[in-house]
Write a new protein. Structure first.
Ligand SMILES: Cc1ncc(COP(=O)(O)O)c(C=O)c1O
Length: 387
């Protein structure tokens, strides 16, 4: 049996190779420090687990959820956006509940694009954006994210042709993989760009909670007119260490939300109600656990920066997310450098070219091990005398 053209055009899972290589090294008994992946290392806070435990023994949660989710979960989402960002959300028309945001980034092109239409994707960017492109049979142009622009796209360099054909664009700040953050004036500029060229916007706010140096990341919806053009995707995976629970949501433009909900009406019957109850506990309880988590990532970031400085590796400290985007030394590509670190230092990092053409020359390091292991990783790398 042959797979459909749609399946055959799915991009190669670049990081599957990394997982295999790390697995093989570990199977040989090597003590690999894995900084290559993006899986939060801390457990879900106890009060959220307790809410789930209480919900799961209630037979009401064993039934189908309403198709578009529990109204009280949507209310908790609206209260969260009002409290955290001062943004008003209509629970009837401006929220779509998602099985994690990975599904949202794949559903959106399916919901509003026709085969052959074109969209704009950041480069480097989260590789799952390409999956949505392939499944919806659409094309894309890239918005290069360059160090000299603080890894923000420069809209003045987008050609007239590209602007004319784009129907949808994706952005993501705090950014995976670069660790860059955006400010409100950039989002204002984005709203203007989107209005001028009739482009819908999806801002992926997966790392929305994780900003350093006392700078709280800005929501796209805080920009005036943002709801006229776009939606924001928010996940509980990173903010509350709930990556395995699969819970997130989209908020913003009512038409885009309706399009997402319509796709979902045909694919799912919303999330397990007990997971939605846990989501309510996460969003509505004290946010001290989030403050502590961000402080932990910031401390790890500082430890990494100090260790890199010590060995003469000139790196820029990320301003948000839990990733650091480190330049590779002269004479190496992203891939040859990542292979060298794994083979000779037992340190796994993600090669930057796996995130797109403009990722070449970098590796991504996850701040997802404790400070001792981060120190140990840099000490091992220092022994290769590369800097
Ligand atoms: C930029 C970005 N967006 C979206 C996601 C998806 O997160 P989830 O599906 O767990 O909500 C991730 C996960 O790593 C991510 O890095």
């Amino acid at each position: 049996m042959e797979f459909s053209t749609r399946l055959q055009q799915l991009p190669k899972q670049f990081f599957a190779t990394l997982v295999q290589k790390v697995g093989a090294a570990v199977a040989e008994g090597r003590d690999v420090i894995n900084l290559g992946q993006g899986n939060p290392d801390q457990p879900t806070p106890p009060h959220i687990i307790k809410a789930m435990q209480e919900a799961v023994i209630n037979p009401q949660t064993h039934k189908y959820s309403p198709f578009r989710g529990l109204p009280k979960f949507k209310e908790a989402i609206a209260e969260f956006y009002a409290r955290e960002y001062g943004v008003e959300i209509d629970t009837d028309t401006e929220v779509a509940i998602l099985f994690g945001t990975k599904i949202g980034v794949v559903e959106l092109p399916l919901a509003i694009m026709n085969p052959g239409d074109s969209m704009l994707l950041p480069d480097p960017g989260y590789p799952d954006y390409w999956s949505g492109v392939a499944l919806a049979d659409v094309k894309f142009d890239t918005l290069p994210l360059l160090a000299e622009n603080n890894f923000l796209p420069d809209y003045t360099t987008v050609s007239d042709e590209v602007k004319a054909r784009a129907k949808l664009m994706y952005l993501n700040y705090p950014n995976n993989p670069t660790g860059a953050v955006a400010n409100l004036s950039f989002f204002d500029e984005t709203v203007q760009f989107a209005k001028d060229h009739d482009i819908a916007v999806m801002h992926d706010f997966a790392y929305g909670a994780i900003g350093f140096d006392s700078e709280k990341p800005v929501s796209f919806l805080q920009a005036e007119g943002a709801k006229d053009v776009g939606v924001e995707l928010y996940t509980l995976s990173k903010t509350y260490n709930m990556a395995g629970w699969r819970v997130g949501f989209a908020v913003g433009n009512a038409k885009l939300i309706e399009a997402l909900n319509l796709v979902q009406d045909h694919l799912f019957v919303s999330l397990f109600p007990a997971v939605q109850e846990a989501g309510i506990a996460a969003l509505s309880s004290s946010q001290d656990c989030v403050t502590e988590l961000v402080a932990m990532y910031e401390s790890r970031r500082n430890a990494l920066k100090v260790a890199c400085d010590r060995i003469g590796w000139a790196v820029t400290a990320p301003k948000g997310s839990f990733f650091a985007w480190l330049p590779v030394p002269k004479g190496y590509t992203s891939e040859t450098f990542a292979d060298l670190l794994l083979e000779q230092a037992d340190v796994a990092v993600a090669a930057g070219n796996g995130f797109g053409e403009y990722g070449e020359g970098y590796v991504r390091v996850g701040l997802l091990v404790d400070e001792d292991r981060l120190h140990e990783a840099i000490t091992r790398i220092s022994k290769l005398n590369l800097f």
